[in-house]
Design a protein around this ligand. Structure first.
Ligand SMILES: NC(=O)c1ccc[n+]([C@@H]2O[C@H](COP(=O)([O-])OP(=O)(O)OC[C@H]3O[C@@H](n4cnc5c(N)ncnc54)[C@H](OP(=O)(O)O)[C@@H]3O)[C@@H](O)[C@H]2O)c1
Length: 294
């Protein structure tokens, strides 16, 4: 299968490299042209002028853009190039309802749409070890599975359209809890005068060890908030989780609190930093002795 990659940000460019390495990549497209040009040169594949031209040159297209409206714009622009039998795989994190609507609409043209959000971060994307959470038609998924296995170490089919996004929404709630817990605990450790270089490996190898702690703990303490995973993207994802939760008539405390914290930090201009910049608020609590309600 010849696959095109549309959206060459942190995640999409890494996916494109792995698709190229496995021999699937037939072309790339990105809204900001110079990024596509640089990657096309690096990987020795054509740069498509438009999403439609990319679709025309491929059997399947993998998209990785920021949010729902962006995905809809790209799919709109791709329409003239789509033909029966095409498979479109979206690895962006968007609403389950958006995925369902696009799948329904494209099915009428015999184009399959698979929602396939990923987890594993920039590091997992670079290593080709993402977890791919898929929803949609099983036959279409089977066709693109070999290509998806070039970007991820596991591709799991959760059910019909939207179920990949539902799984991802659960993941993002867990991510909120972990970034809350790690940032608070490390700010506490730092304020306590502990040698955090000594502490981090001990925490990492005990019961609370996690990849997030291992990969981002030291950087958080060093106040290095280079993304990684931008806070504004996690905020967007938590709103998607919140929408699904509201349909179940539940507000989860961790989700609500994290959204408040992100809003505060984003208003201060930190939205393009890594989500671990949440540490800024926790560090501040210890600097000011701030005991106001959270
Ligand atoms: N970063 C992570 O750790 C991570 C992990 C799992 C899932 N995700 C999800 O993966 C997706 C991409 O994340 P990322 O970190 O790669 O983001 P990113 O580095 O900010 O890249 C965003 C990409 O989307 C494109 N884009 C945005 N709006 C567009 C529009 N209206 N039309 C066309 N292209 C548009 C951008 O094009 P330009 O170059 O022109 O701006 C860029 O290629 C998001 O849904 C995110 O939630 C990210």
């Amino acid at each position: 299968m010849r696959v095109g990659m549309a959206g060459l940000g942190v995640m999409g460019s890494a996916m494109a490299r792995n698709l190229a390495g496995a021999g699937y990549l037939a072309g790339v497209w990105n809204r900001t042209g110079h990024r596509a040009e640089a990657l096309a040169d690096e990987l020795g594949v054509p740069r498509a002028e438009t999403p439609a031209a990319l679709a025309q040159a491929c059997d399947g297209v993998i998209t990785c853009v920021s949010a729902d409206d962006d995905l809809c714009e790209v799919v709109d622009a791709m329409r003239p190039g789509l033909r029966a039998g095409h498979v479109l795989v979206d690895t962006s994190t968007v609403g389950a309802a958006t995925a369902e609507a696009l799948a329904d609409e494209l099915a009428a043209r015999e184009v399959a749409f698979i929602d396939a959000p990923v987890t594993g971060g920039a590091e997992g994307a670079a290593a080709g070890t993402l977890q791919v959470m898929a929803g949609g038609d099983a036959t279409a998924l089977a066709r693109v599975r070999p290509a998806l296995e070039a970007i991820g170490s596991q591709v799991t089919h959760f059910g019909p359209s939207g179920f990949g996004q539902r799984a991802k929404a659960v993941n993002q709630v867990l991510a909120a809890g972990m970034v809350q817990a790690i940032s608070e605990a490390l700010a506490f450790a730092d304020a306590s005068g502990l040698d955090t270089e000594q502490l981090l490996p001990v925490l990492g190898q005990g019961a609370v060890g996690s990849r997030l702690l291992e990969r981002r703990g030291a950087r958080m303490l060093a106040e290095d908030f280079e993304p990684g995973f931008r806070m504004a993207l996690h905020e967007k994802d938590l709103r998607l989780s919140q929408a699904l939760l509201q349909s179940l008539e539940v507000n989860l405390p961790m989700v609500e609190m994290t959204l408040k914290h992100y809003e505060r930090l984003m208003a201060q201009g930190h939205g393009d930093e890594d989500m671990t910049a949440l540490y800024r608020l926790k560090r501040e609590l210890f600097r000011t002795g701030n005991r106001r309600s959270l």
